[in-house]
Write a protein that binds this ligand. Structure first.
Ligand code: 5AD
Ligand code: SF4
Length: 444
């Protein structure tokens, strides 16, 4: 086994898990390749939050069958992440050319499972109920040298009625504050400029360890390490405290960007989703945030077509989008997940109705995003550059503090690599819905 390919679906936690898988395989002296044909090992890090991710995974694995004329020949195929955790043995019955199934709690066992699958020419399935390891105790191969994901909690205790995550990621467990700080200190020493603190609900960080949420303390302690930029995801409105808002406003390293899923604007639907807040409470929170951080960029998640959603419920969601002035909203059509309470609720909304609402919502979201972007024209934004744009080699691309994509022309005689991982000022001249463009300044 000399080469590997990792395909990642789903959320940032999965991206981080994929970086850990890459770190583990590199530690076995394996090297990454771009195509399945060149890979000795193909690892899928999977997501089952909605049905389409589920289907795509099955389609992709099925299409690899041609590369495997028989057991022990062709690449080893491993399926991990949330589908591995949920389906275990079942995956092998459906897709018998899989060699290894692993779950969300045992990423570190992957090299050993691959080894056994190869030497015994028998598929290996290992799915554990609970985790004994904390994510970052493992080697990690970061996608960008200047950015690191830092898990601060794993699992979720909220049991929103539509969501499969608590069943596949387990109960919420926080990582001790000292461990988090020590890791970020190591990352800073290693040249990392930006960390993204990860958890299903970062705002309840510490409840299991210290008896009450302590996320504000995490932000302040991580800021002390000297890291340049701190981001975090995801926030649950019910647990976002005033202390956290104050830490966001006061700590320069904490970026003025917040992902605050609302899911619906209707109190009735929010109740049946078990979200534990009302539209009024959500909007009051948004108002407090803009008051404390006037240039805040705000994004959200919204589900359309939850069981029982009426036109009036949907109008309430549209009203929230107008009021909250989101910079971005990730919009999803409700997808029933077996085993969740919502999957057995009455009142499923016909597909055409959901689609029509969804289209109207997307149009409004685009208009709000463009308006927010336009508000940045004429400002100077410190941009963390990532390199050349994938579409155009002569364009440099990076991110503003508010997480907007920013494009500038690559200066003559310069290489994009020279700029990658640097924070430089950009005078914003033009705004599109999803990106800004401007001219590069020289110093910050
Ligand atoms: N159907 C549609 N969207 C869902 N999400 C979670 N579960 C479902 C589901 N069953 C969305 C929520 C969540 C995001 C990560 O995915 O909006 O915030
Ligand atoms: Fe799912 Fe709700 Fe937990 Fe988010 S907070 S992971 S939506 S159960």
């Amino acid at each position: 086994m000399e080469t590997y390919l990792i395909r990642t679906f789903g959320c940032q936690m999965n991206k981080h898990d994929s970086e850990r898988v890459a770190g583990l395989l590199r530690a076995q002296a394996m090297t990454p390749v771009e195509s399945a044909e060149d890979a000795d090992v193909i690892v899928f890090m999977t997501c089952c939050v909605r049905e389409n991710a589920d289907e795509r995974l099955r389609g992709q694995v099925a299409s690899l069958k041609a590369l495997k004329p028989g057991r022990g020949r062709g690449p080893l195929i491993a399926v991990g992440g949330c589908i591995g955790q949920r389906d275990g043995e079942l995956l092998l019955r459906q897709l018998p050319h899989i060699d290894v199934v692993f779950g969300t709690h045992n990423v570190s066992h992957l090299p050993a499972l691959l080894e056994t699958a190869a030497s015994q020419r028998r598929p290996q399935v290992e799915v554990l109920e609970e985790s004994s390891e904390f994510a970052s105790d493992l080697p990690t191969e970061r996608e960008h040298p200047w950015h690191a994901w830092v898990p601060i909690t794993v699992g979720c205790d909220n049991f929103c009625t539509y969501c499969i995550v608590p069943y596949v990621r387990g109960r919420e467990k926080s990582r001790p504050l000292d461990d988090i700080v020590a890791e970020v200190e190591r990352l800073v020493a290693d040249g990392v400029l930006e960390v993204t603190l990860l958890g299903q609900n970062v705002n309840s960080y510490g409840r299991d360890l210290y008896g009450e949420p302590q996320f504000a303390k995490v932000l302040r302690a991580v800021a002390q390490t000297g890291i340049k930029r701190i981001r975090f995801a995801t926030s649950h409105p019910k647990d976002l405290s005033d202390e956290t808002i104050a830490a966001m406003a006061e700590e320069e390293a904490v970026m003025p960007y917040l992902h605050l899923p609302v899911q619906s604007g209707s109190d009735r639907i929010l109740g049946s989703m078990n979200r534990v807040y009302t539209q009024r409470e959500y909007l009051a929170l948004v108002d407090r945030l803009y008051e404390a951080i006037p240039h805040l960029a705000l994004s959200t998640d919204i589900i359309v077509g939850f069981p029982g959603e009426t036109e009036a419920d949907f109008d309430a969601t549209m009203a929230v989008v107008r009021h909250a002035r989101f910079d971005q909203a990730f919009t999803f059509i409700y997808s029933p997940r077996e085993g969740t309470p919502a999957a057995t609720m009455d009142g499923s909304v016909p597909r055409e109705v959901t689609q029509e609402r969804f289209d109207r919502l997307v149009e409004l979201v685009h208009a709000c995003a463009l308006e927010k972007s336009r508000g940045l024209v004429g400002t100077i934004q410190p941009v963390l550059f990532e390199g050349a744009s994938k579409r155009d080699e002569s364009v440099l691309t990076g991110r503003s503090p508010g997480n907007k994509v920013v494009h500038v022309a690559l200066p003559e005689h310069a290489t994009a690599e020279h700029y990658a991982g640097r924070i430089l000022p950009v005078a914003i001249g033009e705004a599109q819905t999803w990106f800004l463009s401007g001219t590069l300044g020289t110093n910050l």
